[in-house]
Ligand binder design. Structure first.
Ligand SMILES: C[S@@+](CC[C@H](N)C(=O)[O-])C[C@H]1O[C@@H](n2cnc3c(N)ncnc32)[C@H](O)[C@@H]1O
Length: 305
């Protein structure tokens, strides 16, 4: 059942899109003094070694972060993304790739809270170990993190169910990343049910859902239903690095659907996405879309790159 291991995919084009957007959402929340809560319903292992084990097997990072690594010039949001990964690789050689929990830990402040769910026993253990190592590393540098116990909590539980008890966060400010493997069709339904319930508990939260674009209809149906949920507004961004492969296998396209996005996100994406297509695109099928709208309204804007 739990066969998915994110290490196989770490740093690929889909991670680039997801993590570049995640960084902007977290930075936006950090602009106000009031603390926020970041909840990762499907956290993964936190950090991945690219030169060994699963990640080295298919080297999917070569479709993603590796193509940005040595670029001379990047726009600000992509530079912020690359810089965060450079800090994890002080030798200058791309060896480690951060998962969403590590990214959030780097951006969140002392007063912010991280709540991370990971159901796979091996990845849940790795996530805890990685945070312990990070703490030891910081302490060795003379930067003890005494409040990490409260600041970061890892739950080896089902994130869809666990989210309920955390909403609304005490500060009434928060971001929820929902990033399931979608190996089972039921994940699409569970994403919708979970966010519908979450919006009732915490209507003003920001919700970011990553999804694969496959030759199945489920992801398309999920997008359409997410638009109709009771949020204030939505934004949907997709990135394709190539046309679909003739055999229908392989992930060439993915998206991030954001409910209650910050107003700053859309203009930023309209600058960043053409650049990403230029860097990551491999054939004429490469492109992006950015769509947005008010929930429960037919208004939307669309641009194809
Ligand atoms: C796509 S990966 C997460 C990647 C991570 N969010 C990142 O960006 O670095 C999905 C993770 O969800 C875990 N998982 C699967 N079902 C779950 C569930 N019901 N609750 C929590 N975690 C789950 C898998 O073990 C896997 O590690």
């Amino acid at each position: 059942m739990l066969s998915y291991r994110h290490a196989f995919h770490a740093g690929n084009h889909a991670d680039v899109l997801k993590h570049a957007v995640l960084i902007q959402l977290l930075r936006y929340l950090g602009q106000k003094d009031a603390p926020y809560m970041y909840i990762d319903t499907h956290a993964g292992a936190g950090v991945y070694a690219l030169d060994s084990g699963y990640a080295a097997k298919n080297a999917e990072y070569e479709t993603g972060i590796a193509r940005l690594w040595n670029r001379e010039k990047l726009s600000e949001p992509l530079e912020q993304y690359r810089q965060l990964i450079k800090e994890l690789n002080p030798s200058g050689q791309l060896r480690y790739y951060p998962g969403s929990p590590y990214i959030a830990d780097k951006i969140a402040r002392e007063s912010d809270r991280l709540r991370l769910f990971e159901l796979h026993p091996a990845d849940g253990k790795l996530l805890q170990e990685n945070f312990r190592k990070l703490e030891a590393h910081e302490a060795a540098q003379g930067r003890p993190a005494p409040s990490r116990g409260k600041r970061v909590m890892v739950y080896k539980e089902d994130g869809f169910n666990g989210l309920k008890a955390l909403l609304p966060p005490p500060s009434r400010r928060g971001l929820v990343l929902v990033d399931p493997p979608y190996e089972v069709k039921n994940d699409y339904r569970r994403v919708l049910d979970t966010i519908e319930d979450a919006l009732q508990r915490f209507a003003t939260g920001i919700y970011a859902v990553w999804y694969p674009i496959l030759q199945r209809t489920e992801s398309h149906q999920m997008q359409e239903r997410l638009k109709r949920l009771n949020a204030h507004s939505w934004l949907d961004v997709t990135l394709s690095i190539s046309a679909p492969l003739p055999d229908g296998f392989g992930l060439h396209s993915s998206g991030m659907f954001i409910l209650n996005p910050p107003w700053t996100l859309e203009p930023m994406l309209r600058t960043m996405m053409p650049e990403l297509v230029q860097i990551l695109g491999v054939d004429q099928g490469a492109g992006f879309t950015v769509k947005s709208g008010e929930s429960n309204s037919s208004q939307s804007s669309r641009k194809r790159g």
